[in-house]
Design a protein. Structure first.
Length: 72
């Protein structure tokens, strides 16, 4: 297994940000009070999670250049 060249800056990749949002939403839902869970049914959370991870698939194939341009 080889790491990508810019593994130290992977937190800047869109795919990593989308994954972090999906993980945060999923783990936060477990800690919600019962009243909050009733406002956001599990079905809606499942759909939101699927959308986020589908967005991750798209973000993985987008060419992601650093803000300061490509490195030499």
């Amino acid at each position: 297994m080889k790491l990508i060249e810019d593994w130290k800056t992977c937190h800047r990749l869109y795919s990593q940000r989308v994954n972090a949002a999906g993980a945060a939403i999923g783990s936060a839902y477990v800690m919600f009070y019962d009243q909050l869970r009733d406002m956001l049914p599990a079905r809606h959370l499942a759909v939101l999670t699927v959308v986020l991870f589908a967005a991750n698939c798209v973000a993985r194939i987008i060419k992601q250049e650093p803000k300061h341009g490509p490195r030499s």
